[in-house]
Write a protein that binds this ligand. Structure first.
Ligand SMILES: [Zn+2]
Length: 264
């Protein structure tokens, strides 16, 4: 079957194992069922910016054209750096209405084992999606805050003790650092700044995530350039990565906005 559409983040359903769907135009492809089978992705050479919805021959960053990357609230400072949130002060970065909706809602700070122990921040309602997208093996919530800024302040302090990046090679290899997350949470609580110490949760949610496939020890990351066709046997899926049987991997999220033709 062939179907065309604009690539967006794959939809990961919080089940055991995680179920993965790709939106492709009018179709929703259930990719768990494609493992072990041939799959091709072909770029048609055009891209759609997720902010202005205009079409370009390339995008700049974060699924946005250059203008939107610098002007749209979808690429504002608080997205990647929660501590720069200002909506709780009534101050706009780019669009206060959007930022208030995004920032002024419950957030969590978590420790994740995703090829190494890391700290992260996400919206409470979005947490399972975020952890699955990152390809984390195990996650534990260590703080529940009322907004994004408070979570960002905790994260900044914890960055002195934990990484805030996912090592994608280790993550794809299924490496686990194996710490006891309950003990790590207690250790982390000592690093909370005093003004946000009350947000620590000693009995935070802890989850183990199971992906549709085992790890891939040796991988090469590939990009889908204009008019290129990426074809192979789908060997696995972890986080937002498709893993082919020859070790090539593609980060679907990094290709958000690309117009592609799927063949399954
Ligand atoms: Zn744009």
């Amino acid at each position: 079957m062939q179907t065309e559409g604009i690539l967006s983040k794959m939809l990961l359903a919080f089940q055991t194992p995680i179920q993965v769907y790709a939106e492709a135009g009018a179709h929703l492809l259930h990719l768990n069922g494609q493992i072990g089978k041939p799959l091709a992705l072909e770029s048609t050479g055009t891209w759609t910016c997720k902010a202005c919805q205009e079409t370009f021959t390339s995008l700049f960053r974060m699924g946005c054209c250059k203008r939107c990357f610098f002007e749209s609230p979808l690429a504002g400072d608080s997205i990647l750096r929660p501590e720069l949130s200002t909506a709780h002060l009534g101050q706009a970065d780019r669009d206060l209405d959007y930022e208030a909706r995004y920032q002024l809602q419950p957030h969590v700070v978590y420790l994740a084992d995703s090829g190494g122990l890391k700290v992260g921040v996400t919206r409470h309602a979005q947490r399972h999606t975020r952890w699955m997208d990152q390809g984390a093996s195990r996650v534990r919530v260590i703080a529940e805050t009322t907004n994004r800024y408070e979570a960002g302040v905790i994260e900044v302090a914890l960055k002195n003790h934990y990484s805030d990046k996912t090592s994608w090679r280790h993550m794809l290899a299924g490496v686990q650092s194996g710490e006891n997350l309950a003990e790590e949470a207690q250790r982390a609580s000592h690093f909370f700044p005093e003004e946000v110490a009350r947000f620590f949760v000693p009995n935070g949610e802890e989850v183990t995530l199971t992906y549709p496939s085992d790890g891939a020890p040796k991988v090469t990351s590939v990009k889908l350039e204009a008019y290129q066709r990426l074809e192979g046997v789908l060997a696995g899926i972890r986080g937002q990565y498709l893993i082919f049987s020859d070790g090539r991997v593609i980060n679907i999220r990094a290709h958000e906005g690309a117009h592609v033709r799927w063949t399954v």
